[in-house]
Write a protein that binds this ligand. Structure first.
Ligand code: GLU
Length: 424
């Protein structure tokens, strides 16, 4: 588990401001009145909890956690749980809103949610993280469940975290409830293909976007920011597709090689050392420099706001595929658009994770397991269908892919509101 913290010189990320600006632009295009716009903007529920943690040395530390359910109009809330020292309620609100649009855009029958605990997981033992997860789950348990709100991994959490969430909730329910969380271990009702799903999806749309701007994947060079759950497999699948991956970074460092990194060797190095730093098959570069390498494709797969007003003009890539949620600030988005850079937005690009979470939830609720081929082919079909739909909308309306995607998603959520009517 690793967490990226913001670099001091960069502008402070404002994910909630970015998410609200994206929604406002979509609402303006759709011509909705203030009432409907307000319903789309406001989180339906937000819960902040205290998590008293008994540390291994016997002392007690009180941590803070949040769970925000942004929208429930299309189904139960869905979204990851983040463990990071940078977690704030506003960040969780932004991430929950993006989940609403992501689920609507990919037509998975969920609303959007997100959870976060303000903690640096690298500084806590396995046992401490288990106690944090179980207490947090207990505090939010009245609000979660297979028909209410279904957590999944996000930055700083993994399948072990989801096993603890599932076990804690199941103890409180008196029976095993596999459908309460997704991204679980395979042995506990996880789905084949879930661990790599976000990256598979990123690469499906990245290859389509490269072809769309006239670049053959076999001729392309790429850089990947972040080497965690998303970045690592993205680098692997890009390399498998013939793309030269020239540089990668993680929380501890970055490496680059002009002829392309040997990703298999890099993965072995990361397994042995816990970081890409020190990889002998490349030269060390500054972490921020990975964004500015001379490549065709850039995949930010870390945290929010790493592409910002300060560096947007220095980015060489003509295609950016957002593996992370909210990696591009509103100002950077404007700069990139004016430069003609194609930005495939997060709510489309990284939706593979929640798509296979949906498949996992369906399998768990039916206690019937799909083959890896079933998962992979259905994932690819949904990703490419969404890519085609967004691209056509962007073309026909002369707007960016982000605006097209947000408009399509917001319209679906608004229609659900209108069909359900306002209660009472
Ligand atoms: N945390 C992932 C995301 O941001 C996955 C969410 C999920 O599977 O519910 O999309």
């Amino acid at each position: 588990m690793s967490t990226l913290t913001y670099l001091d010189a960069s502008p402070r990320p404002d994910p909630l401001g970015d998410a609200q600006a994206q929604l406002s632009a979509a609402v303006g295009i759709l011509g909705y009145d203030d009432g409907l716009a307000g319903m789309l903007a406001a989180p339906r529920r937000q819960l902040t909890v205290s998590i008293p943690l008994r540390r291994d040395d016997g002392s007690v530390e009180v941590l803070t956690g949040h769970r925000v359910q942004h929208n429930l109009s299309r189904g139960p809330a869905k979204g990851g749980l983040r463990f990071s020292p940078d977690v704030t309620l506003d960040e969780v609100r932004a991430l929950a809103m993006w989940m609403t649009w992501k689920c609507a855009l990919l037509d998975v029958p969920y609303g959007g949610a997100k959870g976060g605990v303000r903690i640096d997981p690298d500084r806590y033992s396995h046992g401490e993280l288990e106690r944090v997860t179980r207490r947090y789950t207990t505090e939010i348990s009245p609000f979660i469940g297979p028909e209410r709100d279904i957590p999944a991994p996000d930055v700083g959490t993994d399948e072990q975290t989801m096993a603890w969430v599932m076990d804690t909730y199941s103890h409180q329910s008196g029976h095993t409830v596999l459908g309460v969380a997704t991204g679980k271990p395979l042995a506990l009702g996880g789905s084949l293909g879930r661990a790599t799903a976000t990256s598979r999806g990123v690469v499906h749309v990245a290859l389509a976007a490269l072809l769309d701007v006239g670049i053959e994947p076999a001729e392309a060079a790429a850089a990947v920011e972040g080497f965690g759950k998303v970045g690592r497999y993205t680098a692997r699948f890009l390399a498998e597709a013939g793309v030269r991956v020239l540089g990668v970074s993680d929380a501890h460092g970055a490496v680059a090689a002009a002829g392309g990194l040997d990703i298999s060797a890099l993965e072995l190095h990361v397994d042995a050392h816990g970081t890409v730093a020190g990889f002998p098959g490349g030269e060390a570069i500054a972490r921020t420099d990975v964004l500015e390498l001379e490549v065709d494709l850039l995949v930010p797969a870390a945290v929010e706001g790493t592409i910002n007003a300060q560096n947007a003009n220095r980015i060489h890539a003509m295609v950016i595929v957002e593996g992370a949620n909210g990696p591009t600030s509103e100002q950077a988005d404007d700069i990139l658009r004016s430069r003609g850079v194609v930005v495939v937005p997060d709510i489309l690009a990284n939706a593979g994770g929640v798509i296979v979470s949906y498949f996992e939830w369906v399998q768990a609720n039916q206690a019937y397991w799909w083959s890896a081929d079933d998962v992979e082919s259905r994932l690819k079909e949904r990703m490419l269908q969404a890519w085609n739909g967004v691209q056509q909308k962007a073309r026909s309306h002369g707007v960016s892919l982000r605006t097209a995607a947000t408009v399509m998603a917001v319209e679906r959520v608004a229609n659900a509101h209108l069909l359900r009517g306002l209660y009472p």
